[in-house]
Every structure is written in C-alpha cells, then in structure tokens.
Ligand binder design. Sequence first.
Ligand code: FA5
Length: 340
Amino acid sequence: MKDRIEALTASFGASLAEVADLDALEALRVEYLGKRGHLTELMKGLRDVADKKAAGQLINSFKVDVEAKIAERETALYEEAINAQIRRAKKYNPTLTFPREMGSYHPITLATREVEAIFESMGFTIENYAEIVGDYECFEALNIPKHHPARDMQDTYYLENGQLLKTHTSAAQNAIMKKYGAPLRAIFPGRCFRNESTDACHENTFFQMEGMMIDENISISNLIYFMKTMLSEVFNRDVKVRLRPGFFPFVEPGFELDINCEICGGDGCPSCKNSGWLELCPCGMIHPNVLREGGIDTEKYTGFAFGLGLTRLAMMRYGIKDIRDFNSGSLKALSQFKSI
Ligand code: FA5
C-alpha cells in the first residue's frame, strides 16, 4: 500500500505541474478524488491489508495532500483567468488606454493633510464648513457691511435664494466662535470660489485654510510664531517670507504674508506675476467687532486669524508652475504624486 501511495503521489505531482487551466485541473481532480478515481481504488484495497489502521492513515494523508494542492492550484488559476480577462477587456475598451495602476492622492489633499497634522500637533482642532453660505457669514459677520468696498475684491457666484459660494474660509469664523466660545484653537480648510480671471497663480476655484486662535493675552508674536512654525515644517527648512501691512476689515492690524517664489527663486516668473513673491497667508489680530459678533468677551480675550492659500502653498511645495494644473484633471500632471 505504501509503495502504491508513493507512486500515486509522484504521478499526481507530475500531472499537476502540467495543468494549464481550470478544466484540466477538474479532470485531474476527478482522476484522483472522483468516485471511480485512485482514492476510491486505494480504499477498496484496504480490505486486503493486514494493518488497516496504518494504511488508513496513509490513504487519508494522501487525500488531504491532493485536496490541498488542487485547491492551491485552483486559486492561482482563477487569478490568472481573471487577469487574462482584464487584459482582453483592455484590448477592446477604448476608455482603458492607461495601464491599470493604483490612483494617487491629489496634491491639494496631500498639502492639506500635511498642514492639518502640523496644527493638530499644536493643539488646533480641524473643522469642516459648508461651501454654500449666507451673506452674513461671508461678509457681514466679518465687519464687511453691504456696499463696503472690500466686497469688490471678492465677487462670487450667487444663488437665486441669496446664498453664495463662499469666497474665503473666513466665512466659517463666526459659526466656529459661536460653537466653541473662547479659548479656541481651530483650523478649517475649504474650497473657495471667486469670479476671477485666471492666470498662473489665480483660479476661480481654489483652497484656503483658515486658522483662529483666541485666548487671553494673544498677541502678534503668537501669530508670527505659528506662521513661522507652519512654514518651516511644511518646507522642512527656513523659507524666505515677508510681512507687510494688509487691509482686511475683519482684522486689526492686518498683514500680508508673502513667500519668496520657489519656482524662480525670487527672480520673477509668471507663477509670481514677475514679482519674485507670492501672496500666501494674510493674517492679523481679529477685529473686536468680529469677536463680539461671535459672542466672545473682548474685554478678556484677543485672538489672531490667518487665511492660508492652500493651493498656492501646494504650488510652492511641489514646484507646480501653473495653478490651473490642479483642476485640469490631467493624469500626466497628477500621477506624479503617486510616490509621495
Ligand atoms: C482672504 O481671503 C482673507 N479671508 C484672508 C484672511 C483671513 C486675512 C484671516 C486675515 C485674517 P485673500 O483674498 O488675500 O484674503 O486670500 C487669501 C489667500 O488665498 C491669498 O493670499 C492667496 O494665497 C489665496 N488666494 C486668493 N485668491 C486666490 C485665487 N483666485 N486663486 C488662488 N489662490 C487665491
């Protein structure tokens, strides 16, 4: 019996190595494990054997071995068959012209996550806010009453019901102050929309990340510290920035924080409108009117806010010359972020 099983094991191994498809595997299974197969023959032979227990164990381990090898080969053949089907489908499907590959995160997603992680580690919560907002949140609560000239800088798309696509992430400031009160540390990234002529550094749809910190004794030094930390963490080195006065009705004093253009190194190029600098992150001390409108006690608390241009940050971070590439849907441009 032992010799017979050894011979069958060897011939099964040789036949299995020849099996090229699922039909051939099924034929082999029937030949060995089927009703009239070798296994049944072995079982019948048991009656002529003296040590039935030992022979029974040998037959059983032969059966288990054959079953396991067939199952293993079956899995491999299934995979091969499916891959072959996909390859055949590719040949005939005109929309599948690219090799089948894993997708990649959009550079804006990567930049957002990076900045979120930095602020999270400094105790900021991450908030989500609507893209369609009211005139109150986007302008009035931010000390920009109707007919204020600052509105001209942020023309947007209005809905028939009077709501609008938010022009800046500052539109969430009031709701977040009302939600948490003071003290407060929060960032809120989001998509913004403006009726804007596009060029290498302007889009009509782009991302910002707003940040607010409100507490006792918050000053411009805190603001500068957080801005510097964020930029040196994102770029992993000190980057050249400049701070100059800027006017926004919702901060006082207000600043423009510009970054030295990483594309041209400051010489001037279309990405920075030939100035060598790119407006990146306006900021300032939150205006008392805005704090009061958000229900904050201005006798006790002060705070800073910033509006980081996330899309521009991603341009500088990854050396993307034209902001319009982000929304282009061009796989040639976007697939380069696969390995990041
Ligand atoms: C604002 O939107 C203010 N809400 C920022 C702010 C927040 C100031 C808190 C003070 C305190 P501004 O319009 O400059 O400001 O936009 C902020 C940043 O968003 C710009 O520096 C720029 O990086 C980016 N940005 C603005 N417009 C566009 C655009 N059309 N395309 C791409 N990025 C833009």
